[in-house]
Design a protein around this ligand. Structure first.
Ligand SMILES: N[C@@H](CCC(=O)N[C@@H](CS)C(=O)NCC(=O)O)C(=O)O
Length: 370
């Protein structure tokens, strides 16, 4: 074969290979596109709210071993501050606060659980942070402002977290606590040795058994676990708070309507306290106070129709679960683990301030319901 023919054949082969490549690329593009069906599946059409209404209960990932926040009472019931937030959502969307299913999850399971979309809400002493916001789901209003601290044996004779140089500290894995401890140790060059445990119960047990000099978690958790230790008076919580831990419910990404519903239920709880309405005095007839009448579905609207909840959802929520103060005191305050709230603590209502621009009051706040 002469040189000219060889070149011609090579060019022809190249052209047909290119054509094949083009065809296969076009085919694979078609192949990766979502399959076209004559009707989209019910699942893809159905909002989470519709799915919950059809299912008949709200599924919350929570906790069953943290006194005050999520635990099992003597009667075998899931109770606590976080559980009440789940009950409030069930009351708002189904008219029945008991229509809940609690799935206990450990700290290391929190992210994957809410990312899976298999639960309607994650509500278990979860701190909101920017990377969790981006990766895990949508955070609702902060319902408890916490911060990380340390518990030590009184016999250690130290009075400040800055005295924990070279100390062994017990901590739960997969928490903001673990990361804050590293930051704190680095910042003050303290050489703290972290002993990590998958379950907080195991971290507390190791601390109790003397394997660690200190135990660290959110302040609320320190008080809760301290009360469960034998001779609890021989342990002390150090005064420092080393981090911000705004605790809030989380809902899966991808359903804005559902995020709105959960946020508005949190707002209902907060505004009922601000308006002085408790589980004992929920109005079912006009009161003449326009804000109260709107909240309880007696006149006007705060968007219930658009949200897909009953106009009188707030009546169901407050009658069955109570306002923020009632929920707080039942589980965290005097009737619970004894965490003081106080008018000027961060967990007081913003409206506890004596005037609109006073630097007092608390940070429990929600956008106006109207
Ligand atoms: N707020 C922190 C800490 C959450 C946390 O670990 N809380 C402890 C109790 S204070 C807990 O849930 N322990 C139960 C468990 O072992 O799963 C976070 O969101 O990472």
């Amino acid at each position: 074969m002469n040189k000219g023919w060889k070149l011609l054949i090579a060019a022809a082969l190249l052209l047909s290979a290119a054509a094949l490549l083009l065809i296969s690329a076009a085919c694979s593009e078609q192949g990766t596109a979502p399959a076209q069906t004559s009707e989209p599946s019910v699942e893809s059409q159905q909002s989470r709210l519709d799915a919950i209404k059809a299912r008949g209960h709200v599924v919350c990932a929570s906790n069953n071993s943290i006194p005050g926040f999520g635990y099992v009472d003597e009667g075998g019931n899931n109770v606590g501050f976080d559980i009440d937030l789940c009950r409030a959502v069930a009351a708002a969307v189904l008219g029945d606060a008991s229509a809940i299913e609690i799935i206990p999850v450990h700290a290391t399971e929190m992210g994957a659980t809410i990312q899976s979309g298999d639960v309607d809400m994650l509500v278990r002493t979860v701190t909101r942070s920017s990377s969790r916001d981006a990766k895990w789901g949508n955070f609702a209003y902060t319902m408890y402002y916490d911060g990380q601290g340390f518990m030590i044996r009184k016999s250690e004779g130290i009075s400040s977290a800055l005295d924990l140089r070279n100390a062994a500290v017990c901590v739960t894995q997969g928490t903001t606590t673990e990361l804050n401890l590293q930051d704190f140790s680095k910042l003050y060059d303290m050489n703290i040795q972290a002993l990590t445990f998958e379950k907080t119960d195991a971290a507390v047990e190791a601390y109790r058994a003397g394997q660690c000099d200190a135990f660290t978690t959110d302040h609320s958790g320190l008080y809760a676990y301290k009360s469960s230790l034998p001779q609890s008076d021989s342990h002390v919580v150090l005064p420092e708070t080393i981090s911000e831990e705004p605790l809030a419910p989380v809902v899966p990404h991808g359903d804005e309507g559902w995020t709105d519903v959960v946020n508005i239920v949190m707002a209902i709880i907060i505004y009922a306290e601000a308006y002085g309405v408790t589980s004992q005095n929920v109005p079912d007839a006009l009161t003449g106070n326009t804000k109260v009448d709107r909240l309880f579905g007696l006149a006007g609207s705060y968007g219930q129709e658009t949200l897909g909840i009953s106009p009188t959802a707030a009546q169901d929520v407050i009658r069955s679960v109570g306002n923020y103060a009632e929920i707080y005191h039942r589980s965290l305050g005097d009737n619970g683990i004894g965490l003081p709230r106080g008018d000027n603590s961060r967990n007081a209502l913003w409206s506890a301030a004596p005037c609109d621009d006073c630097p007092k009051g608390g940070q429990i706040y929600a956008a106006p319901l109207r």
